[in-house]
Write a protein that binds this ligand. Structure first.
Ligand code: CUA
Length: 350
């Protein structure tokens, strides 16, 4: 029995190229949520804004791939078909081809017009949210971490923003330092956060999950460590979270944490950090993050490290070694038992 394979033509392979590119791009995202390594993927939209933007991307990719294939095929065909052959007579000499020139002016214009119309339609369709069900969050860009204020709920947190699914979230983008850019690839496009000019953006998550956000505008040495997490949860989980965040700081129970609380209340920490009910102030606009519920957070300092006791100890002892240039100074004179006490206290603030 003999099996004769079909010859694989080069153009059959070439036709797979767009598919391979799409697969390679889709492979950039991960579906599991490893909080530090999770890579946000614009091709895996989880809300209406991101979905429309993703659809526009696919539309333009298909159009541009088609143009590429048509033009390059015509080019390769012409090169092979009309190549100079030995002994061939001189080809016919002519000047211009009016029909062809009109054709290749009109066709690209129509293609670009189609892309323009689709782009403007998408832009208009994401200007205003359809759902009247809304919450408001102020996202404040610091160098280099995000503060999230819930003005209606009187909640201030950092590094992670919890939102209810199926709800329009109006985000006010605020900065008093340099220009940042707020971006949650799976939920919305980028919008600049400009000092002296508050921008707004809206987003909505339709699926429960953790979505990584990042600063998308170079804003200083630690721009790359200015990430945040959006945690989309059910309405009831959101209410539970809000109530937990509104509660005053937990009273430490272990002896270690109690010693840490005592030390914290008179330490230099309170010059920059707020713990509701322990230190004075509004809880917002301080140099460092509000720590009232620090122990419930996934990350430290814009996602530079996970929030674990070991990482927190290293951070308190010498933040400059972990995130050079950040506003958090090193405290070389803290004894290791003082660090352990502070860690126990801060991690107990759930
Ligand atoms: Cu903030 Cu880049």
């Amino acid at each position: 029995m003999s099996f004769k394979p079909k010859t694989l033509k080069w153009w059959r392979l070439a036709s797979l190229l767009p598919l391979l590119i799409a697969l390679a791009l889709a492979g950039c995202g991960q579906t599991d949520v490893n909080l530090v390594t999770h890579t946000p993927n614009i091709l895996d939209p989880k809300g209406p804004v991101a979905l429309k933007e993703s659809n526009l991307f696919w539309f333009i990719l298909v159009v541009s791939t088609t143009v590429f294939v048509v033009v390059v095929s015509a080019l390769i065909y012409s090169i092979i078909r009309f190549r100079a052959r030995p002994g061939a007579a001189e080809p016919m000499q002519f000047h211009g081809n009016t029909k062809l020139e009109i054709g290749w002016t009109i066709v690209p214009s129509l293609v670009l017009l189609g892309v323009l119309v689709m782009t403007i339609t998408t832009m208009n369709s994401i200007q205003q949210p359809a759902s009247p069900n809304t919450i408001t969050v102020n996202a404040v860009g610091h160098q280099w971490w995000w503060e999230f204020q819930y003005p209606d709920q009187h909640v201030v947190t950092a590094d992670e923003m919890w939102i209810p699914t199926g709800t329009v979230v109006h985000v006010n983008l605020i900065s008093d330092n340099v220009i940042h850019s707020f971006w949650v690839p799976q939920l919305s496009g980028k919008t600049d956060v400009i000092p002296g000019h508050d921008n707004t953006i809206w987003l909505q998550a339709d699926t429960v999950g953790w979505y990584r956000g990042e600063c998308a505008e170079f804003c200083g040495t630690q721009h790359a460590h200015m990430d945040f997490l959006v945690h989309a949860v059910s309405s009831s989980d959101y209410q539970t979270w809000i109530q937990q965040q509104q509660a005053p700081a937990a009273q430490p129970t272990s002896a270690l944490a109690q010693a840490g609380a005592q030390y914290f209340a008179s330490s230099p920490c309170i010059g920059c950090h707020m713990v509701n009910g322990v230190t004075k102030g509004s809880g917002a606009g301080l140099i460092g993050p509000n720590l009232t519920h620090f122990g419930s957070r996934q990350w430290i300092a814009g996602g530079v490290v996970d929030n674990t006791p070991q990482n927190l100890a290293a951070w308190i002892h010498d933040a400059q070694a972990v995130k050079p240039g950040s506003d958090m100074p090193a405290f070389p004179n803290l004894t290791s038992s003082q660090v352990d006490e502070l860690v126990a206290y801060l991690e107990s603030l759930k």
